[in-house]
Design a protein around this ligand. Structure first.
Ligand SMILES: Nc1nc2c(c(=O)[nH]1)N[C@H]1C(S)=C(S)[C@@H](COP(=O)(O)OP(=O)(O)OC[C@H]3O[C@@H](n4cnc5c(=O)[nH]c(N)nc54)[C@H](O)[C@@H]3O)O[C@H]1N2
Ligand SMILES: Nc1nc2c(c(=O)[nH]1)N[C@H]1C(S)=C(S)[C@@H](COP(=O)(O)OP(=O)(O)OC[C@H]3O[C@@H](n4cnc5c(=O)[nH]c(N)nc54)[C@H](O)[C@@H]3O)O[C@H]1N2
Ligand SMILES: [Mo]
Length: 788
């Protein structure tokens, strides 16, 4: 029998909406679809963001320090800063400014705020409203059966975590999530603590982001990272951008593309949507940008069908093989193939059975455009291929990235200047987190080094990744979940299923800067621990500290916050880990946690001793621009397998993307006005969508065929694993997108992404490959959702 209190909690939590399910929509405004990114509107948007938030003085001061030598690293994306000439205006972009405004806000979420607002009432708000509440300022606790978070002292919070962790039957009943903003220093200590506690359950945002790239690259070239540097972009012949939206998600990349183009490079873009940032760019930091000149970026745009990329890549290869036959030795780099690779013969053989017309049909791109692309590639030697979530979140994403490597290998276009692979990372330190061993599958070599230096036996069994963690919580194999940043609930797939799991947790701990939905769909007990953001001054022992991060191109650099923290109750993430470790492990620990608590330099010394490439860390991190980590493939040294010092060609398959007559393929994507689950505003400006996020982009022919009209209200359904998943109330927008393809925004449609719809080998949610049905909106739909 449940007691009354328990009964009440169950009733209450079941009323909490796990995702936004609004009964009405705002008035959607369609504005002009832009053909180029940045320029005057971008600068205006950035500045007005800061003004609206009344943080203009704090924010303005910080902007000039953003990504400057000796300043702080922008927390928005992982694109590198130029090694030499940084803009005197600050090396920032519109979306960097928005990220800064978000964290520089002086609005506070205090104990009084939580007293006034129950968890239930907060959960009724939409994600935009939740995010605008302000910065979290003090540790908060939600007791069993509680309706409101209440204040708790740091000591009591750590005691609670320790008692929960120590009560578990096995350390593997805990999971430790990391989002990608955590510094190298805090990440290193965090994984060290998890391992000393006894588990490798370290799911991280990479498991939803670039795990696919890491898996493909490790098994083909021997390192799970990109091989190019910024300099390579400045002096190359061709840049191919597949499944990535740089104008929104890595805007500083546009400056590099512009510079490359100026030096003669061509650009090919592959995307179902003609994204503004791909098509053209007006540099807001150059005077000509402000007066409105600037230029076309993409020379050839290939409007690919969702998941048509494999067919496209093979079609291009087929054409390259034919061109090589006609021009022996001019298209392929035979010397490179012979000296540096394995598997070429088998690779080439498959093309005997492939047919260009069929491949073109599967890709959705016309044969003429594919021929044009192949001609642009054939006689160029220095090629860079970039990609983003459009590839990594596809079920066969690992294979598609291997196919990208195949193309570069036949061209010998990897491991030399102006050429190589460039997975464009997401979070500003997601790559550094992995280097610091935040990984559910650490290698024995890594663990041996930790063991030798610290003298404890780290666990060797692999732990749970994101999808594994969700399922394990559901099955009550994981009972305590600790989140270092992020918004696991909203970022994860299958929101209803994930929420169901979270409600089973005995304890959920979130180390956060801002309130998010992940705090409202809670465990039986929950803690929110407030921390510093990247731009905040981190003062330890009366000294302003530096932390360090690694960008998308393997440069480790320092970052120093400049803003006065708005609460005196913040602990930095390093201190939080150390105090959790001291409270949990006590005398049992062999690690000097108090030392690391007080000294980032001491943490860096430990990193230097445990991770290759960090020699002389404390000195080099203080040098102008930081330092490059070793990257063997960048220097032409490959190791696809232990057995051979070579890169490997891979045989891959072309997927069958059949849809039922009333089905559509849906890719979930970001608007121009959000950072993952943080909604900055309601203006997806480049795509011309204003005021409303619950929209579905459809081809006009599909709209007509289904008997809909643009502006109609519809409900969206997914039926993976025989389960009905519903996302209610969306507006149809007629858009330039291939037939039978649709695009919606995440996190609103994460309810439709089955936890079992994953990428082969990397086990990432395949959130850009969701089969959906679209039906006229039925007001009775909410009754159905409530019963689920
Ligand atoms: N301002 C801002 N910056 C960000 C983020 C943010 O949310 N806001 N997020 C950060 C993070 S964590 C990440 S991982 C990156 C993400 O940055 P991106 O990789 O750019 O991510 P998305 O916007 O999800 O999707 C990229 C593109 O994939 C295309 N696409 C969809 N399906 C397919 C397909 O089948 N084939 C091809 N070729 N393309 C397809 C979409 O049209 C879209 O243009 O950005 C980082 N930077
Ligand atoms: N359907 C669909 N789902 C997706 C994606 C998609 O394209 N489609 N993209 C996936 C990708 S690429 C990613 S990376 C994940 C993102 O998943 P997450 O990284 O988990 O999500 P974010 O929205 O970036 O996290 C935002 C929260 O982080 C906290 N925060 C911000 N800065 C800091 C900090 O410095 N320290 C701490 N401790 N907390 C901080 C704030 O409280 C904020 O609310 O989402 C994934 N989910
Ligand atoms: Mo990401």
């Amino acid at each position: 029998m449940k007691n009354d209190q328990q009964q009440n909690t169950d009733d209450l939590t079941h009323k909490l909406p796990e995702a936004e399910n609004p009964y009405q929509l705002s008035k959607l405004k369609l504005t002009k679809v832009e053909k180029w990114a940045a320029g005057v509107p971008a600068v205006m948007a950035a500045v007005s963001d800061l003004i609206e938030d009344k943080t203009v003085l704090r924010g303005g001061k910080a902007l000039f320090k953003m990504n400057q030598m000796g300043g702080f690293d922008c927390s928005s994306c992982a694109w590198p800063d130029p090694d030499d000439d940084r803009s005197p205006l600050g090396e920032y972009c519109e979306n960097g400014a928005k990220a800064l405004a978000e964290e520089a806000t002086t609005k506070k979420v205090t104990a009084a705020f939580f007293k006034e607002n129950s968890v239930y009432s907060l959960s009724q708000l939409d994600d935009y409203q939740i995010g605008k509440m302000g910065r979290l300022t003090e540790p908060m606790y939600l007791p069993v059966g509680g309706t409101h978070y209440q204040p708790i002292s740091w000591n009591d919070a750590f005691a609670k975590i320790a008692s929960h962790l120590n009560a578990l039957e096995s350390p593997n009943e805990a999971a430790f999530y990391t989002s990608g903003r955590t510094s190298n220093e805090a990440s290193f200590l965090y994984q060290l603590f998890a391992k000393e506690f006894g588990t490798n359950n370290m799911p991280d945002c990479s498991n939803m982001c670039h795990e696919t790239s890491g898996t493909a690259l490790k098994t083909t070239i021997g390192i799970g990272k990109g091989t190019v540097t910024l300099e390579d972009f400045y002096d190359t012949d061709l840049i191919i951008i597949i499944g990535q939206n740089p104008g929104t998600n890595a805007p500083r990349m546009l400056s590099a593309l512009e510079k490359g183009k100026k030096n003669g490079a061509k650009i090919i873009a592959v995307n179902p949507l003609p994204e503004a940032g791909l098509m053209g760019f007006h540099n807001p930091q150059a005077i000509k940008g402000i007066i409105g000149s600037g230029g076309k970026l993409t020379d050839l745009f290939l409007p690919i069908k969702i998941n048509g990329d494999m067919a496209l890549l093979k079609a291009i290869e087929l054409l390259l093989i034919e061109m090589e036959k006609k021009n022996p030795g001019q298209v392929f780099d035979h010397e490179f193939i012979k000296d540096k690779t394995t598997g070429f013969e088998n690779f080439q053989k498959q093309f005997e059975n492939l047919n260009l017309d069929h491949l073109a049909f599967l890709s959705g791109v016309s044969k003429d455009l594919i021929i044009e692309a192949a001609e642009m590639i054939a006689f160029k030697k220095r090629i860079i291929i970039c990609w983003g979530m459009g590839l990594t979140q596809q079920p066969n994403g690992v294979d598609m990235i291997r196919e990208i490597v195949n193309i570069l290998l036949i061209k010998g276009s990897i491991g030399k200047p102006g050429a190589g692979v460039c997975p464009v990372r997401g979070h500003s330190n997601v790559q550094g987190n992995r280097t610091m061993m935040i990984d559910e599958k650490p290698t024995n070599e890594q663990l041996d080094r930790l063991q030798a230096y610290f003298g404890f036996n780290p666990p060797r069994d692999h732990g749970y990744d994101v999808v594994g963690t969700i399922k394990a919580i559901h099955e009550e194999k994981v009972k305590v979940m600790f989140c270092m940043g992020g918004n696991f609930l909203s970022a994860a797939p299958d929101t209803t299923y994930t929420a169901e799991a979270f409600r089973k947790l005995k304890l959920l701990v979130c180390v956060s800067t801002k309130l998010n939905r992940g705090h409202l769909i809670h465990g039986k007990e929950s803690l929110i621990l407030p921390t510093l953001s990247r731009s905040d001054m981190d003062i330890v022992n009366n000294e302003i500290q530096i932390i360090s991060t690694e960008n998308s191109m393997g440069v480790v650099q320092s970052s120093k916050g400049v803003l006065q923290p708005i609460s005196d109750q913040f602990l930095n993430e390093t201190q939080i880990v150390c105090r959790m470790a001291i409270a949990t492990l006590g005398e049992k620990s062999v690690i000097n946690w108090p030392l690391y608590h007080d000294s980032y330099d001491a943490v860096r010394d430990a990193i230097e001793n445990c991770i290759p490439g960090f020699e002389n860390y404390n000195v080099r991190v203080r040098e102008k621009g930081g330092f490059y980590l070793p990257n063997a493939p960048r220097d032409g040294q490959f190791k696809a397998k232990e057995s051979a010092n070579r890169a490997s060609f891979t045989l891959t398959e072309i997927p069958d993307n059949e849809l039922e007559a009333d089905e559509y393929m849906m890719a979930t994507t970001r608007t121009h006005d959000q950072f993952n689950t943080t909604i900055y505003g309601m203006d997806d400006r480049y795509r011309g969508i204003k005021n409303e996020r619950r929209v579905i982009f459809m081809n006009q022919k599909d709209i007509d065929k289904a008997g809909f009209k643009a502006g109609d209200k519809v409900d969206l359904f997914n039926y993976n694993d025989g389960i009905e998943r519903i996302a209610p109330l969306f507006l149809i927008v007629s858009y330039q997108i291939p037939e039978r393809n649709t695009v919606t925004y995440f996190p609103e449609t994460n309810v439709l992404v089955s936890v079992n719809n994953v990428v082969k080998e990397s086990n990432m949610p395949a959130s850009k490959y969701v089969k959906i049905k679209v039906k006229k909106h039925d007001p009775a739909i909410y009754e159905k959702i409530k019963r689920m």
